[in-house]
Design a protein around this ligand. Structure first.
Ligand code: AMP
Ligand code: MG
Length: 380
């Protein structure tokens, strides 16, 4: 017994300096690595796409990422989404209305439109990307800017609304591989999904940058959470109180990648003779939606997206075309038009969670939302 014990001691003793040296080296490396990999916050608040953009990125190296994201959003607006800016893809599509040749579509625009048409179908037309003529007729941007000066004569009349409605209708839009065909007068308006599309674009950018370990970015009412915070805690996203400016209705606690969009009647509206005329239109009536809601928040997380073989968050239109930001945004608009009950059914069809606030202050939500949302004690 003694011999082998003594031998093993000697054996270990002879190994010890080498092992110690290697262990110390490994420890030093680990310390260096964790030291280098510690993320710090890089933030920016700016405007793009006609709204406030707030970025918080967690980065191991600062390399002007927030500036690149800002530029990415400006390009998205000017080159693709804005119907106002001649030369954008949407403006060129609108100019082609009535043309038998149609207009060419970028693969991405085609994927967006196919996904939006799916929301139109599933919502029974409550969501409709072809409402451009109606949106332009109501011109809520200008009405909201006029504020108290806007009188009842600045609102469109029933006949004008009927005429504008004739130029709307997603069933009349035709998509073929790489081309779009629209009847005379039809106008696309991607305003209800643009900020969510922006979140998808930002997500694609973040995924290509290994030095970005986490992020929370909000583009107006659409928010993306990504990766992890340096303290590994969950992301906390506030839901705005629809009637008390600067106050929160509650907080969403989100782990990892989520897309959250809110649609509310407080964003762009005008009050004429005591009635609120807001920017979310019901394509069935031509008037601002009157479903008893003042705000809807939709959250799409891991596993969210349309049911079916395409899997979570994937557009039916294209392989690997992740469009959960687009879907959250389009769904919040669609749910607003549909109202709480039908809206909850629509959200479920897309494996999304939704929170509804009624004009009477009532709050309802899908079962999954109850796990994410904590109301502020004082609200609503
Ligand atoms: P959001 O704030 O995301 O709910 O989007 C509202 C914007 O979408 C409006 O300012 C219009 O440009 C457009 N829009 C309004 N009503 C609808 C609708 N029913 N379907 C699709 N887009 C709409
Ligand atoms: Mg929307």
């Amino acid at each position: 017994m003694k011999g082998p014990q003594k031998n093993s001691k000697t054996f270990l003793g002879s190994l010890w300096p080498g092992v110690f040296f290697r262990l110390s080296l490994a420890l030093l490396f680990a310390l260096l690595l964790t030291g280098c990999a510690r993320s710090r916050e890089s933030s920016r608040v700016d405007t793009a796409m006609g709204t406030l953009v707030s970025q918080t990125l967690y980065v191991t190296r600062e390399q002007g990422q927030t500036r690149e994201i800002q530029a990415l959003l400006e390009n998205l607006e000017t080159q693709e989404l804005s119907w106002r800016l001649a030369g954008s893809q949407t403006a060129r599509i609108n100019e082609s209305a009535g043309d038998a040749q149609g207009a060419p579509l970028s693969p991405e625009m085609e994927r967006w439109l196919r996904a939006l048409l799916q929301v139109s179908e599933e919502s029974g037309g409550a969501f409709d990307v072809t409402v451009g003529s109606l949106v332009q007729l109501w011109n809520l941007d200008e009405l909201a800017a006029a504020g108290e000066k806007a009188g009842s004569d600045s609102l469109p009349g029933p006949e004008e609304i009927r005429e504008a409605l004739k130029e709307c209708g997603f069933e009349k839009l035709r998509l073929e591989q790489g081309r779009i065909y629209m009847p005379q007068g039809m106008r696309l308006d991607l305003g209800a999904a643009g900020k969510g599309i922006a979140c998808d674009r930002i997500r694609a950018y973040l995924g290509g940058r290994e030095e970005i370990t986490g992020a929370v970015v909000s583009v107006g009412g659409s928010i993306l959470t990504y990766g992890e915070k340096p303290d590994h805690g969950a992301f906390k996203v506030a839901v705005r109180h629809p009637r008390r400016e600067g106050e929160y209705l509650g907080i969403l606690t989100l782990e990892g990648e989520w897309y959250v969009s809110t649609s509310g009647d407080y964003e762009r509206y005008v009050e004429v003779e005591g009635k609120r005329w807001h920017h979310i239109l019901d394509p069935h009536t031509g008037y601002p939606a009157d479903s008893g809601l003042c705000s809807v928040t939709v959250a799409l997380g891991p596993g969210g997206g349309p049911e079916g073989e395409n899997g979570a968050g994937t557009s039916p239109a294209g392989e690997g075309a992740d469009c959960r930001g687009l879907l959250a945004d389009a769904l919040s608009t669609a749910c607003f038009v549909l109202g709480a009950e039908e809206g909850a059914r629509l959200a479920e069809a897309f494996r999304a969670e939704a929170l509804f606030v009624g004009t009477d202050g009532s709050i309802s939500m899908t079962p999954g939302m109850e796990l994410l949302f904590a109301a502020e004690p004082e609200s609503p």
